[in-house]
Design a protein around this ligand. Structure first.
Ligand SMILES: *Cc1c(COP(=O)(O)O)cnc(C)c1O
Length: 451
C-alpha cells in the first residue's frame, strides 16, 4: 500500500501531530514576576539567610491550612528530616508502597530503620490499604502514602488502618501538588506531608523540598536535626538543651534565591494547576472510549477530587489490541508525533539495595541491620504481584501544560489512529522486552517533554 494520508506514520504515513508544541510542554513556566524576585534577591544579598525562606514556609503552610512548614534543599532531604522529626530511629519499620521513587523511603537507612514495602492498588497505582495491615508489626512507626503520578491515594482507608494501630502517616506529595482528595488539597490530610519542589515537579522552583505538620514537637525536631542556625525557634522544652548543633549532622538550609522563586510561584501555581487539570481532562475525555486504554484519573463525576497530573500514566491492555506489545504501540504513537512512554518506576523491592546491599558495613544487609536476627521476614520479602506486573503495563501520556484544544485534539487523534490501525502493526511486532521501567532515571527531564 502506498503511503497515504491516513496510514500510520510508523509505516510511512503522515504524522497526526503537526502544530507547534513549543509552549505546550514548556516547564517550569516563569514570568517577569519570577525574574524580578530572583534579581531583587541577588541585589539584596543574604542568600544564606532564612528570612525569605521563612516567609515562603509560612505562606505555603497558610495556603495548605497547616501550622508549620520547614524548607530543605530538596525533597529527599525534606523527607529524611520529616522521618527524623516523626521519631523514626534504630530498629523501627516504615511501610511504603513499592511502586514509587526511591526518595519516598530510602532515607530511613540513614536513621537505622527498615523499609517495609506494601503492594499497590491496580487501579490507582497508589498504596493498597488492604496490604498495609499484613505488613504492620509492633516496630512499625510510620506509613508513607504517595499520590503516585498525580493520582490522590485512598487516604481515608489508609487512615483507618493507621488509626487502628496508632501509627502516623507521612504523605509524599511530590507527584501531586494541587491535587484534591475529597475537597482537600493533598499535603493537608495526614500528620506530616512532604513535597519535592524540584524543576520537574508540578510546583517547580529549581531544587527544594518542604514538609508540613501541625505538631510543634515534630516541627522542632525538624529544626533540631538540620537547621542549627534556627535553633532559637525551638519551643519544645525537652529539646532546647540540645540546641546549637544539628543533631543529625546535616545542614538543610534552602538557598534564598529559591525561596524567592517559591513565594512568586505560590501565587501562580493554583492557576497553572487548574489549566493543566482542564487540559488533561479534555485529553482523557477524547481517548476514554478507545479500547486497550484504561484511564488512571480521579472520578469524572466528582467535583471535589482532582489529579495532580505529574507524569500522567494510563494502563495498557494489550489483549484488546490482538496482543500488540506496549513498546510497539508506543513507538507508533511516538511516530505520530505524540508522547507514549512505556512503563513507570520499577518496584523498589526488586533492587538489591532493598534486599542484600550492606551499605554501612554491618556485616549483613542494611535492610535488616537493626532488626532482631529472628525477626519474621515473611512480612516484607516475597512477591508484590500487582506492582510487579503493573509497572510494565502503564505508559505516560503527554503532560499538557496549556488548555490548547487544537493541539490536544491532535494528540488524541494520534492515539485513536494507532488504536484503529493496530492490526497492521501485529505482523512485525517483536513483543515487549524487559527494558520497560527503571529505578532512578525513569522520571527524567527528557521524558517530561515530547522527545
Ligand atoms: C522527586 C521525588 C522525591 C524527592 O525529591 P527531590 O527534590 O528530587 O529530592 C521524593 N518522592 C517522590 C515521590 C518524588 O517523585
Amino acid at each position: 500500500m502506498a503511503p497515504g494520508k491516513d496510514q500510520l506514520a510508523l509505516l510511512g504515513g503522515k504524522a497526526s501531530v503537526t502544530l507547534d508544541q513549543t509552549d505546550m510542554f514548556k516547564w517550569p513556566r516563569f514570568s517577569d514576576e519570577h525574574e524580578t524576585a530572583v534579581l531583587d534577591m541577588l541585589r539584596n544579598g543574604n542568600l544564606s539567610g532564612f528570612d525569605v525562606t521563612k516567609t515562603f514556609e509560612q505562606q505555603y503552610a497558610e495556603n495548605l491550612g497547616r501550622k508549620y512548614a520547614l524548607c530543605c534543599p530538596n525533597g529527599t532531604a525534606a523527607i529524611l528530616n520529616a522521618f527524623y522529626a516523626m521519631g523514626i530511629g534504630v530498629g523501627d519499620e516504615v511501610i511504603a508502597p513499592t511502586l514509587t521513587y526511591w526518595a519516598s523511603i530510602l532515607q530511613v537507612y540513614n536513621l537505622g530503620a527498615t523499609p517495609v514495602f506494601a503492594d499497590v492498588d491496580a487501579d490507582t497505582l497508589c498504596i493498597d490499604p488492604h496490604d498495609i495491615e499484613r505488613r504492620i508489626s509492633d516496630r512499625t512507626k510510620a506509613i508513607v502514602v504517595v499520590h503516585y503520578s498525580g493520582m490522590p491515594a485512598d487516604v481515608d482507608s489508609v487512615k483507618n488502618v493507621a488509626a487502628k494501630y496508632d501509627i502516623p502517616i507521612l504523605e509524599d506529595c511530590s507527584h501531586a501538588h494541587g491535587a484534591l482528595y475529597k475537597g482537600r488539597e493533598v499535603g493537608s490530610l495526614t500528620e506530616v506531608s512532604a513535597f519535592s519542589l524540584m524543576s520537574g515537579k508540578s510546583f517547580a522552583i529549581g531544587e527544594a523540598g518542604i514538609f508540613f505538620t501541625d505538631d510543634r514537637e515534630i516541627f522542632d525536631r525538624g529544626l533540631l536535626f538540620s537547621h542549627y542556625a534556627r535553633h532559637n525557634e525551638i519551643e519544645t522544652n525537652a529539646l532546647q538543651k540540645y540546641a546549637g548543633l544539628p543533631a543529625g549532622g546535616y545542614k538543610h538550609r534552602l538557598n534564598q534565591l529559591t525561596s524567592a522563586l517559591g513565594l512568586v510561584q505560590l501565587r501562580h501555581y493554583p492557576e497553572q494547576m487548574r489549566e493543566i487539570d482542564k487540559a488533561m481532562n479534555y485529553f482523557c475525555d477524547l481517548i476514554e472510549e478507545l479500547p486497550a486504554i484504561q484511564l488512571i484519573r480521579p472520578l469524572k463525576s466528582s467535583k471535589t477530587t482532582k489529579g495532580g497530573w505529574y507524569f500522567p500514566l494510563m494502563k495498557y491492555n494489550k489483549e484488546e489490541l490482538g496482543g500488540l506489545s506496549l513498546q510497539t504501540f508506543a513507538k507508533a504513537i511516538g511516530a505520530e508525533g505524540s508522547v507514549c512512554n512505556p512503563g513507570s518506576n520499577t518496584p523498589l523491592h526488586l533492587h538489591p539495595l532493598f534486599t542484600e546491599t550492606d551499605v554501612y558495613g554491618h556485616g549483613k544487609p542494611t535492610r535488616f541491620a537493626h532488626l532482631p536476627d529472628d525477626v519474621d521476614k515473611s512480612r516484607f520479602l516475597g512477591a508484590y504481584p500487582v506492582a510487579e506486573k503493573v509497572y510494565q503495563s502503564v505508559f505516560q501520556v503527554p503532560w499538557f501544560k496549556q488548555f490548547d484544544t487544537a493541539i490536544i485534539e491532535e494528540h488524541a487523534a494520534a492515539y485513536k489512529k494507532v488504536v484503529e490501525q493496530s492490526a497492521s502493526l501485529l505482523e512485525n511486532d517483536e513483543g515487549d522486552d524487559s527494558s520497560i521501567g527503571g529505578f532512578s532515571t525513569f522520571f527524567t527531564e527528557s521524558r517530561n517533554n515530547r522527545s
